[in-house]
Design a protein around this ligand. Structure first.
Ligand code: UD1
Ligand code: CA
Length: 454
């Protein structure tokens, strides 16, 4: 087949979303609906992708700046035929044009590829529905050849009984499409220029009209409200969970995982219930993710265990680490192999060396921590003076006593020990004990105040 253009209709306002965000920008699995459609279109290696937008100012083009797509505005919106017409000046005649919808996010590549297999004429994607209400009906003759599409509002009772409906998705030779669109009229129940009227025109010109059906009904479902969006979100998540299971990942409950991006798992990965993955997450062999953990844009190497309720954001975790429960790795954290980060420990922009441990209640920010370091409970790096941030360096084999404050910039030397409760403001020498602590005293004559009975 000749070169391919894709026209994506995305001008609808989405009144029933009750939102100030244009409908097609609402997110499904962490990505706007129209992005799902554009990504699918891009996989067809088209010559041109053209998005027809309307409501929400430049919000739709702005949301797609990273795509090699073109944008045309449709204002006012006079129907689906009128919408496609807006894109025609951008399309060359020696091509085919595929029409997709920005609010129909789950159409599969394989379905569109099947349409291309049906030859050079007009190809319609149709589906048989038990309850066809609201859709345009596919009218066929006695030889089962498509004659036209009739919209619900224009249909006779007999036509309304037809269960084969128009999904809206179609493929047409561009030159013919252009001529058909130029002949559209709006004398119908809705006073709109119907894209569907091109079918009767093709039939009149003996251009073959063929139909194709998707493998799954959800591929053609459009979103008009939050309820329909939620249904498609669950379908997407189920599909993703099934794909993970099919590749050998163990999911405690495939209905209780949410992936809003990509999740790549090695062998024998276990994921407990309620976890959310976003961005691109990579889990190595034997990684275990505890319940209700939230992981964004991170890689976790083999044999690492993440206990429940941990947050890992834009971080790199080495092999055989222990994280959580209730750990928080903020952006720029890197854990080397065998590191331990326990409950209520927060790391930010910090490197924790091989075999080092911060097991309880600490804040380690803007720090470089060597190997085999022990960070006692309650240790805090004071990295911020209200205006500037400073680094803390803790060299290999250091031992930081509990409840220590390290006032950055500061370096704790190799093998140094810091006494518990110290406030460290200057660099500490290697291999020595450093502590800053007021002397403990006892007052033998002191008496505890007593309440006077009234
Ligand atoms: C359309 C089809 C109908 C099909 C149904 C599938 C026509 C005339 N009818 O009906 O046969 O069964 O889709 O859902 O094509 N849009 C624009 N600009 C416009 C009008 C629509 O961009 O001027 C976009 C909408 O945002 C939406 C899509 O086109 O994404 C379909 O429009 P809608 O008004 O929902 O079409 P239906 O009347 O449902
Ligand atoms: Ca309509």
């Amino acid at each position: 087949m000749s070169a391919l253009n894709v026209v994506i209709l995305a001008a609808g306002k989405g009144t029933r979303m009750y939102s100030s965000v244009p409908k097609v920008l609402h997110k499904l699995a962490g990505k706007s609906m129209v992005q799902h459609v554009v990504d699918c279109a891009m996989a067809l290696a088209p010559q041109q992708v053209c998005v027809v937008y309307g409501h929400g100012g430049e919000a739709v083009p702005n949301a797609l700046v990273n795509y090699p797509a073109q944008f045309v505005i449709q204002e006012p919106q006079l129907g689906t035929g009128h919408a496609v017409q807006q894109a025609m000046p951008l399309l060359s005649d020696d091509s085919h044009t595929l029409v997709l919808y920005g609010d129909v996010p789950l159409t599969q590549l394989s379905t569109l590829q099947a349409m291309f297999g049906l030859g050079d004429g007009l190809v319609l994607l149709t589906v048989n529905l038990t309850h066809p209400t609201g859709y345009g009906r596919i009218v066929r003759n006695a030889n089962n050849e498509v004659q036209c599409i009739v919209e619900e509002k224009d249909a006779t009772p007999a036509q309304r009984a037809i269960c084969e409906v128009n999904t809206g998705i179609l493929l047409a030779p561009t030159a013919l499409l252009r001529s058909w669109l130029n002949n559209l009229r709006c004398e119908n129940a809705q006073g709109e220029y119907y894209l569907t009227d091109i079918v009767a025109m093709a039939v009149a010109q003996n251009v073959p009209v063929r139909t194709c059906q998707p493998a799954h009904e959800w591929e053609i479902h459009g979103v008009n409200n939050k309820s329909q969006l939620a249904v498609l979100e669950r379908i997407w998540q189920q599909n993703y969970a099934q794909a993970l299971l099919a590749k050998g990942t163990t999911l405690a409950d495939p209905a209780r995982i949410d992936v809003r991006g990509t999740l790549t798992c090695g062998k024998d990965v276990f994921i407990d219930v309620g976890c959310i993955f976003s961005g691109d997450v990579v889990l190595g062999d034997n990684v275990q993710i505890g319940a209700y953990s939230i992981i964004n844009q991170a890689s976790i190497a083999a044999n690492t265990q993440v206990a429940p309720y941990s947050h890992i954001d834009q971080s790199i975790v080495g092999e055989n680490c222990r994280i959580g429960p209730y750990a928080r790795l903020r952006p720029g954290t890197e854990l080397h192999a065998d590191a331990h980060v326990g409950n209520f420990v927060e790391l930010k922009n910090t490197e924790l060396g091989q075999g080092s441990k911060a097991n309880h209640l600490s804040y380690l920010g803007d720090s470089t921590i060597g190997q085999r370091v022990n960070i006692g409970a309650g240790t805090i790096t004071c990295n911020y003076d209200g205006a500037n941030k400073f680094r803390t360096v803790i060299e290999d084999d250091a031992f930081i006593g509990s409840d220590t404050q390290l006032v950055a910039p500061v370096t704790v030397g190799k093998g140094a020990t810091i006494g518990a409760g110290s406030t460290i403001t200057r660099n500490t020498p290697e291999a020595q004990l450093t502590l800053s602590r007021s002397k403990q005293i006892s007052i033998p004559t002191w008496q505890r105040p007593v309440k006077i009975k009234k």
